[in-house]
Write a protein that binds this ligand. Structure first.
Ligand code: ADP
Length: 595
């Protein structure tokens, strides 16, 4: 990669909101700034490709000399040979330069497109991400970009040479014989139609076969996944028969496709050869009549073959081009997405006191009219810990999502220390916020890296303090490399409780002003939960905390409990007050005691 070349195309796409869906314009935006490179590459392409065009001319000239030696000077022969040798030798440097300039442009566009997509994904709102599956996003960044790169290469290395071949053949032939050029002009459309007809039939069959293969691989994956289950039920033969039937079907379809391909391939070849025979007979007839020199028969024959091959090549490349354009369409969905960050406020805060006010909040998720929160009001004092309880779907997690700013209220406002969230710079705000979710996401790296995620300047003292507070000391001592132990992808080598403690250490080291615990201990067994209870208490001491907890026993000590039903607050108070109230919370508590 050249240094100093920006890979950020994001702005180019923001400005061009109106061109959504027009693939050529998207290509144009991507390649703008690279046209000079592409043009130079094209010039070198013409140079490197010139032997292909010049060889038939030289051959014809030499044959003409042999057939009528007295009409030509021997110097004429030498000039032809020298030109031929020179154009052949220059192919080597020209080819290198052609590819070098082209590759610079294409690779830069590829890298830039990937980088821009990743940038955009980081900027798009969480609600946008929730709507699109992560697998599809990955496909866009990896597969679609590759398709676009391949398409660019196909255009430069497949379509462009083919078009140039046809142009050169027509121009050179036209300058020598108008009769032969007229013959070409009649033959070209007929051959295009022929190739197209063959391909159409074949690609239909190909698609059927591909679908069959895809179904088979899906089925195989499912069967393999189900082996323990199948074995446990003694159903091996059912699975084997299922796959066998599918394999037989694929075999049958595959054989039919092979035969069809052979038939069309042969028909294609025969008709092309017939065309060439016609061309040969036609030019031989012209030479016999004396309208053209004998050597030119070779020239026209070569050019005609080159025209037919070029047409066939372009038609063969066409599906790849179509796929490339489809991929452009696919990445455009992200490049032009307007659904960026939820909040765009400017006010930068370095410290949060911790007074959070929910002021008449209404909320519903996009694409549904169902209200998740209705006229929700709550005033949280600095340092207060608040737990939300209620049946599943009551809107507890939604409130946490509003606190983290992942979603915005549909109506009403949230105030942080009296400042409306709309006015806050979200990045600064989130630096002061720590979230411990139900399932902690760890990345492949050391434990230390996972704890200090995003805090490059964390000192050893800070790390060990966090480790101690999170009750991780014993865990780390038992690992081979201590805190520098690499945890596999997604942290598979750690237990649920250990992972949650890493999450707590992550929260400690940030020294946050605001803490969100989203069912942080729900996935743990009782013993693991007890082990992190104390760390949890230390973590939230004196800090405004929002808790969603599954087990009521874990929220005994919080300052206030909010009982939610259908997006509304139905009861509020501390543990004892709510028990004394003998209302909904009391019933929940009784029910959980019975279990
Ligand atoms: P709780 O945390 O109390 O179980 P939630 O806040 O997760 O409840 O959900 C409240 C309601 O919002 C539920 O009816 C749920 O189906 C709906 N909901 C949650 N997340 C989404 C989403 N991303 N899109 C649409 N509806 C959602």
């Amino acid at each position: 990669m050249e240094k100093g070349v920006s890979l950020d195309f994001e702005e180019r796409f923001q400005e061009s909101e109106t061109i959504k869906g027009r693939s050529f314009k998207v290509l144009n935006i991507l390649y703008s700034g690279h046209y000079l490179k592409l043009f130079i590459s094209f010039i070198f392409f013409v140079l490197k490709h010139s032997p292909v065009w010049i060889l038939p001319i030289v051959t014809a000239n030499l044959i003409n000399f042999v057939t009528e030696p007295n009409q030509y000077d021997t110097r004429y022969v030498w000039i032809n040979v020298i030109i031929l040798v020179i154009v052949i030798l220059q192919n080597l440097p020209s080819q290198m330069l052609h590819i070098s300039f082209m590759s610079k442009a294409i690779r830069h566009v590829e890298a830039g497109l990937r980088s821009t997509l990743i940038r955009k994904l980081q900027h798009l709102s969480i609600s946008y991400h929730n709507e699109l599956q992560s697998g599809r996003l990955q496909a866009k960044v990896l597969r679609d970009v590759e398709m676009i790169e391949m398409m660019s290469k196909q255009i430069m290395l497949g379509v462009l040479p083919a078009v140039m071949n046809i142009i050169v053949a027509i121009v050179v032939t036209g300058s020598r014989s108008l009769t032969v050029v007229s013959f070409y002009l009649i033959a070209i459309p007929i051959s295009v139609i022929l190739v197209y007809l063959f391909r159409g039939k074949l690609s239909g069959k190909n698609r059927e076969f591909r679908q069959e293969i895809e179904e088979m691989s899906g089925q195989v994956a499912e069967t393999v996944e189900m082996i323990p289950m199948t074995r446990a039920h003694g159903l091996e033969h059912v699975e084997i028969n299922k796959i066998d039937a599918l394999v037989q079907r694929v075999r049958g379809k595959g054989y039919k496709l092979d035969i069809l391909e052979a038939f069309f391939g042969a028909t294609n070849w025969v008709s092309f050869q017939m065309f060439q025979v016609i061309c040969l007979l036609f030019t031989v007839y012209l030479a016999f009549k004396g309208s053209i020199p004998v050597g030119d028969v070779i020239l026209y024959q070569s050019y005609f073959t080159s025209i037919l091959m070029s047409i066939s090549a372009v038609i063969n490349i066409y599906p790849q081009l179509a796929r490339g354009f489809e991929s452009i369409h696919s990445v455009s969905e992200i490049l032009f997405a307007q659904d960026v960050q939820e909040y765009q406020g400017k006010s930068k805060i370095n410290k949060i006191e911790g007074r959070i006010t929910f002021d008449a909040i209404d909320f519903h998720y996009r694409d549904t009219d169902q209200h998740v929160l209705t006229n929700f009001n709550l005033d949280v004092k600095p340092g207060e810990s608040i737990a939300f309880v209620g049946e599943s779907g009551a809107g507890k997690s939604t409130i946490l999502n509003l606190v983290t700013g992942f979603y915005r209220p549909t109506k009403g406002r949230i105030l942080i220390d009296g400042i409306p969230m709309d006015e806050l710079n979200m990045r600064k705000y989130r630096h002061r916020l720590a979230v411990v979710p139900q399932h902690t996401i760890l990345f492949s790296g050391t434990i230390r890296e996972n704890i200090t995620y995003g805090l490059a300047e964390a000192t050893d003292e800070q790390v060990s303090a966090a480790v101690k507070l999170a009750n991780l000391t014993d865990v780390i001592a038992s690992l081979p490399d201590g805190i520098e132990t690499k945890i596999g992808e997604h942290g598979d080598r750690l237990s649920g409780g250990q992972r949650q403690r890493i999450a707590i250490a992550r929260a400690f080291i940030r020294n946050p002003d605001l803490i969100v615990l989203d069912e942080a201990t729900s996935a743990l067994d009782n013993q693991s939960e007890r082990m992190i209870q104390q760390s949890m208490k230390d973590l939230i001491k004196g800090k405004t905390t929002f808790i969603v907890a599954h087990r009521l026993s874990t929220i005994r000590d919080v300052d206030r409990i909010v009982v939610m039903r259908k997006g509304r607050c139905v009861e509020m108070g501390n543990y004892q007050e709510l028990i004394n109230l003998k209302g909904e919370f009391y019933q929940m508590q009784q029910a959980s005691n019975e279990n």
